[in-house]
Each structure stands twice: as structure tokens, then as C-alpha cells.
Design a protein. Structure first.
Length: 226
């Protein structure tokens, strides 16, 4: 594997871990939340620099249904992250306090909450659309996975179970209420074990990966069936 590819994978993994830390605001506290957010901003910029070919290829080639879906999700995710970072920076009390951006704190708080929970779902969907490529790398590293049909089916069943629990967690964690701003402030259980929080959010991300992957497979099947 080339060094650039290793760096890209490392950055993507770090961003995924930091995303969970950012969602766990009540464990980290405001100051560390801002520090983690600043680190995410740096990694996000590096991610786009290293994946600059996405911009260069934007007007080239044909747009299949799968490519349209991938491009649309990436574009919406980019807008969401921009709003998330701008709103976060405008509310900063530590890292970016010196900027003192003159915007309504109530507006910024609402945008930040909506963008946070929407971004988490979009990030999972984004990973799911690239899951085929990720799994291809896994099979190159561990060829036994490709040859073992029982292992493949066991992973599929596990993925379905995780997605099923993810539906439950999505509603119990009030994602829909926060995204729609039906509830204006996020409520946290400060006595909840961190493991319970991480498992629920991991299941929600697993749900989005599951939906994106099989939606992409369905679109590919439709194209082959034409």
C-alpha cells in the first residue's frame, strides 16, 4: 500500500474517532470539545487536500445513478461540515475566542446542533458508499475473508442486527428531534456509562453504513439489469 493511501486511511480513522468524541460533549467538557473540533477542522482540510481528485474529476465522465448519489451526499456533507465549523467557531469560548464573530449565539447554537446530528448520519452514509472499497482492502490484507462463505454470511447477519438496533438507538437518542429542532437543546445523561453511549452511536453509524452500502448495491444491480 502506498504511503499516501496509508496517510489517507489514517486521517479518515482519526476523523471517525474524533467524531464520536465530539458527539460525547458531556464526557469531554466544553474546552476539550473545542480542542477536538479544531483538530477535526485540520483533519477535514487535509482530507480534502489529499482527495483533491474529487474536485478535478467533477466535470469529467458520465454520471451514473451511483455517482450522482455519491456526489450529492459528499456535497451535502461538505456544506454541513462548513456550517458546523462556522457555527462552532462563532460560539467558541476558548480556541477561537479571539475571532469574536458577530453572529447571534442562539442562531449559531441551533445550526450547530442540527449540523452535528445531521453530519453524524451523513458521515456514516458517506462511509457506507465507500464500504466496497474498504472491504476490498480488507480482502487484500486477509484473503481468507474472501474465500470463506460462512464468514461472509456471518458478517452480513451481524451487520443486519447492528442496523436493526441502530434504528432503535436513532429514536431513543432523539436524532430526529435534534435535527428538526423540535427540541432546542441536547439533553445528556451524565451518569450514563461511556460504553453504552459509544455502542448506541456506533449502531446508528452502522445503520447508515448498512443503508448506504445496500442502496449503492441496488443501484448497481439496476444498471446491470437494464
Amino acid at each position: 500500500m502506498k504511503a499516501k493511501q496509508v496517510i489517507k486511511i489514517g486521517i479518515d480513522l482519526c476523523m471517525t474517532v474524533l467524531l464520536f468524541v465530539l458527539m460525547a460533549f458531556h464526557y469531554a467538557g466544553l474546552q476539550w470539545h473545542e480542542v477536538t473540533g479544531a483538530a477535526m477542522l485540520v483533519l477535514f482540510i487535509l482530507h480534502h487536500i489529499l482527495n483533491g481528485s474529487w474536485y478535478r474529476m467533477f466535470r469529467k465522465g458520465k454520471y451514473s445513478a451511483g455517482r450522482i448519489l455519491l456526489t450529492a451526499v459528499d456535497a451535502v456533507l461538505l456544506i454541513d461540515m462548513a456550517l458546523l465549523m462556522f457555527s462552532g467557531i462563532s460560539m467558541s469560548r476558548y480556541v477561537f475566542r479571539f475571532l469574536d464573530i458577530p453572529v447571534s449565539k442562539a442562531w449559531a447554537r441551533g445550526i450547530h446542533m442540527t449540523a452535528s446530528y445531521t453530519g453524524f448520519l451523513l458521515m456514516g452514509f458517506h462511509i457506507g458508499l465507500h464500504y466496497g472499497m474498504i472491504f476490498g482492502m480488507v480482502k487484500k490484507i486477509c484473503p481468507a475473508v474472501k474465500k470463506n462463505a460462512a464468514c461472509t454470511w456471518a458478517l452480513r447477519v451481524l451487520a443486519a442486527l447492528i442496523a436493526g438496533y441502530g434504528v432503535y438507538a436513532l429514536f431513543t437518542r432523539k436524532f430526529v428531534d435534534y435535527i428538526s429542532q423540535k427540541v432546542m437543546f441536547a439533553f445528556f445523561d451524565y451518569e450514563e456509562p461511556a460504553l453504552s453511549f459509544v455502542l448506541d452511536y456506533a449502531a446508528i453509524m452502522g445503520l447508515m453504513i448498512f443503508i448506504a452500502y445496500y442502496l449503492q448495491r441496488f443501484l448497481q444491480w439496476k444498471v446491470r439489469g437494464i
